[in-house]
Design a protein around this ligand. Structure first.
Ligand code: SF4
Ligand code: SF4
Ligand code: FES
Length: 251
């Protein structure tokens, strides 16, 4: 395929405001959207801000929205689009803009800090951990996460409702709770209740949009959020657990 000139529409501005600007940029065979943004920087807009590191879909830093859909700039081929189509690139909508395509994702780091860390038995020393392979396999899927926060960006609970941010950890961190809850050596046995009460699991209505945008194809909803909701509900309505909680509270 010969090179062609693409119509590119890029959001430029900062927290105080901005606008979409139109450009025409050359595209060569096999290039991805990040290549075109870099060519735009090199030839027309040297001060355009864009965050990236690996250009291999592994660092999770080039997250943005292309034609309104959360995507990695480095993993979206220009061949996805018609040559006469205008390709619109905007910053992630759920987080505050810093400049141009760069957003402030510190919301996610705050939520990460609120998830209680892995708590192995106190008498178990490093090197003494033993797990069944099936337990390793179960959480392996979740550990592929590259922390691109595209799932956080697309989740309507916070995308459309800024005031939910306080109470809601978002799919990436609810998945972290689920991963630790499935870990056979984790001693915190209230993770499903914590996810429900402290991390806003009840606000998730399993639309699966998070799963659809995940570049690592992690089945966030089916394999983490739904099982976690089921465990939280089972335990809440389990008469033995209910009685135990009552007795514990009384003592
Ligand atoms: S499934 Fe839940 S966490 Fe995922 S996008 Fe929908 S509401 Fe958000
Ligand atoms: S779960 Fe997927 S979409 Fe969410 S932060 Fe991790 S890699 Fe990105
Ligand atoms: S630059 Fe690292 S994921 Fe795109």
């Amino acid at each position: 395929m010969a090179s062609y000139n693409a119509k590119l529409r890029v959001w430029r501005g900062d927290l105080s405001g901005g606008e979409l600007k139109d450009f025409t940029v050359e595209v060569n065979d096999g290039e991805v959207v990040l290549d075109i943004i870099h060519r735009l920087q090199a030839t027309q807009t040297p001060d355009l801000a864009v965050r990236w590191n690996c250009k291999a879909g592994k660092c999770g830093s080039c997250s943005a929205e292309i034609n309104g859909r959360p995507r990695l700039l480095c993993m979206t081929r220009m061949s996805t689009f018609d040559q006469d189509e205008t390709v619109t690139v905007t910053p992630m909508r759920t987080f505050p803009v810093m400049r141009d395509l760069v957003t402030d994702v510190s919301f996610n780091y705050e939520k990460a800090r609120q998830i209680p860390s892995f708590a192995p038995p106190k008498d178990l020393q490093p090197g003494e951990y033993r797990m069944q392979q099936e337990d390793v396999n179960r959480s392996q899927e979740f550990r592929k996460c590259i922390e691109c926060f595209l799932c956080q960006d697309v989740c309507h609970v916070i995308r459309d409702h800024e005031d939910n941010k306080e109470a809601y950890a978002g799919p990436r961190f609810l998945m972290r709770q689920a991963e630790l809850d499935m870990h056979p050596l984790d001693t915190l046995d209230r993770r499903p209740e914590q996810a429900q009460d402290d991390n806003g699991l009840g606000l998730c209505n399993i639309t699966k949009c998070c799963t659809e945008v995940c570049p690592e194809h992690i089945k966030i909803t089916d394999n983490a959020l739904i099982p976690m909701k089921e465990r939280a509900a089972d335990r809440k309505y389990d008469p033995v657990v209910w009685l135990g909680n009552k007795l514990f509270r009384r003592s």
